[in-house]
Design a protein around this ligand. Sequence first.
Ligand code: NAD
Length: 359
Amino acid sequence: MGSYKIAVIRGDGIGPEIVNEALKVIEKVGERFHHTITFVDVDMGGNATDKYGVSYPAGTAETCKACDAVLLGAVGDPKWGPDRPAEQRPETALLAIRKDLGLFANLRHATLRPALIDACPLKNEIAAKGMDVMMVRELIGGIYFGKRERYETEDRGVECTDLMAYSEMEIERIGRQAFELAMKRQKKVSSVDKANVLETSRLWRSVMHRLAQEYPEVDYEDILVDNTAMQLVRDPSQFDVVVTENMFGDILSDEASMITGSLGLLPSASIGATAPGLYEPIHGSAPDIAGQDKANPIATILSVAMMFKYSFDLPEEAAAIEAAVDKALADGWRTADIAKAGETVIGCKQMGDIICANL
Ligand code: NAD
């Protein structure tokens, strides 16, 4: 019986619709498990640009920091596209909030939901072995944040460089996150690097080896990034927690997501050292179907399950949400994005209602 405060960023496009369904689920879980849960609405994204002239209004981070967790639908729409100044673009807000909350670890949970095994693009005999991978990606360091240069050379035209830098501190904090997660799961960590070529990867590997000694119960392996890409499609069931740096994680987490067959189903969490974690579906704001009650709310609802597990340390509540989603799918309920030809299609709101009823 706890008391929790959640910052709610509904965002743009389908954001408000999918968040509505997730809030219904949170309220239902609160009732069933006797928790007091309050919500604080936060404007961010294109809708904030329309209201205040900027996508990331002053005080956004402070409001979120005063809460126990942040739930985000999605932000973005061509209406606030690249021709707008940076402070009006929704993506600027997304990068800013991750940085301001110090969210250095991105957790993407790629699972094959039993009722949707047919959606997996891999061969049946591989899919039948299942997949439950927690991809842990370093989010605020490495080549995406390193120094960039563009300059003229005398004989080779324009040349550019992007610097990949990692410190022991940055590697240790993401590594520890991965080992701690593994302790709550199947106790296996696969650390992905390119240590046969990159100096940053050699440092990465040495820090991971030091951490592995602190977690003797965890089965640890080093695996090169190219081999990981192959193993994910050869047999994803071999992985439990996969931890890697920013760019490798960006690519591998998309590969892992595709294997599950539907972007509309995948949740994610971004976690820092002290600030509240941020929970969001991996998909965007889907402006093409916004306001039509066609969006699949499951990725957002499963993000709420991650919130209960990782921010509130309430695994039973998380499991109840996952079971309610699996039951809805097993009973044959489908939104348009996951329906096969001939299957009856329901809307976003009805899917939320059915999942709530299962709780
Ligand atoms: P998208 O994920 O929004 O949509 C891709 C396709 O998947 C579309 O056809 C869409 O209808 C469908 N889709 C996505 N989520 C769905 C759901 N829950 N249910 C049913 N169908 C769903 O990606 P995009 O079209 O490349 O981007 C649209 C906007 O979203 C852009 O402005 C982009 O910048 C933004 N975006 C935001 C985030 C975020 O907020 N974290 C992430 C990615 C993209």
